[in-house]
Design a protein around this ligand. Sequence first.
Ligand SMILES: CC(C)(COP(=O)(O)OP(=O)(O)OC[C@H]1O[C@@H](n2cnc3c(N)ncnc32)[C@H](O)[C@@H]1OP(=O)(O)O)[C@@H](O)C(=O)NCCC(=O)NCCS
Length: 285
Amino acid sequence: MDHLDTAALSARHRHLIDTCQPYLMTARSNLGALNLAPFGLAIREDRIFDPTRLSSGPVIEALHAMDAFSFGDQAMLMPRWVLFDCGEFPGLIFGFGRPARDLPVDVRRAYKVEGRRHDEDFIPLSMWIAIRCAEQGAWFGHNLASANLVARAEPLDGLATLTKAFGLLAARAERQYGATQWASASLNIHLGLGRMRLLGAYTPAHTHPETLVYRIDVDPERVAAPLKASWRRRDEGGDRFVDADDTEAIKALHADLEAGQQIDLLRAERRAGLPNRLWLLSHPG
Ligand SMILES: CC(C)(COP(=O)(O)OP(=O)(O)OC[C@H]1O[C@@H](n2cnc3c(N)ncnc32)[C@H](O)[C@@H]1OP(=O)(O)O)[C@@H](O)C(=O)NCCC(=O)NCCS
C-alpha cells in the first residue's frame, strides 16, 4: 500500500496531516534503506536530520524535552547517550512536528522554546523510536510519545497513532517487536495497528517487570485502518483477561507462554477508577 486515501481519513488525522509535517532523525547512511514517503507523504529534505550534525541540535533538545515530560515520571528517562546510541544513529526517530512559531504557548513552554529566537526551530511533537533487529525486516519499537500530553489549548488527538502508523512504513518494517507496561495507555495504540502476538508477559529483565513483549506482523492495510473515519475499536471478544495491576495473573500468563501457548492481546478495556482489563485470545494447539 503506497498511498493513503486522504478522503477516507478521520477528521482528526486529516487535521494533523494538514497542520504538522513529518520528520525523520537518523544517520544519513540509513536513508537508502528507509521509505522517505510513507503512505505517499514525502518527508521534506529540511525535515530529515542527521544526529552527527550540529544543525540538528535544536531538534535533539526538543526530543529530550519530550522524553522528559513523557517518561520522566515513569523512571524511564533516556540518558543522552542512550538516545544517540540506540535511537538517533542506528535506528530511526519518526514523527510529526511544527516550527515553534506555529505552536500554542502551553506547548512552547513544555519544550522550553518560548523566546522569539526559537520561532524558526522545528519542534517534534511526536516520536516513534525504532531500532533495527538482527532479524531481517524486524524492528524493535523503543519509544512512542506525543505532545498531546501537554497540548491543552489545542489538543492533538490521534497523534501517537498517526506517528506509529507512518513510522512503521518509513522503517519498511515487516515485523515489529515491542515491550510495553501492562498499565500503559499506549496499548490501545499498538492494538489498533495489527494483531499483537504475546511473546512474554512478565519481564524482570526490564526496569518494570510488569512489561509485556509482543510481535506485530506488519500489514500496511491493517496499519492504516485506525486512521480512517470508518474505523471502530474492538470492544468485545477474548477468552481470558488480566487486570493491569494483577501481578499473579501476569505471572501465570507468562508461565503459559513459556509452556508454548499461543496467545494474542486482543483489547484493552477501560474501567472507571480501576486499572485497565486486558483481554486475551488463546489459539488452539
Ligand atoms: C501514550 C501516548 C503516546 C498517547 O499519545 P496520544 O497522541 O494521546 O495518542 P492517540 O491520541 O493517538 O491515541 C490514544 C488512544 O489510546 C486511548 N487511551 C488513552 N488513554 C488510555 C488508557 N488509560 N487506557 C487505554 N486506552 C487509552 C485513547 O482513547 C485513544 O484511543 P482512540 O484512538 O480509540 O480514541 C502519550 O500520552 C504519551 O506520550 N505518554 C507518555 C509516554 C508513554 O507512556 N508512552 C508509551 C510507552 S510505549
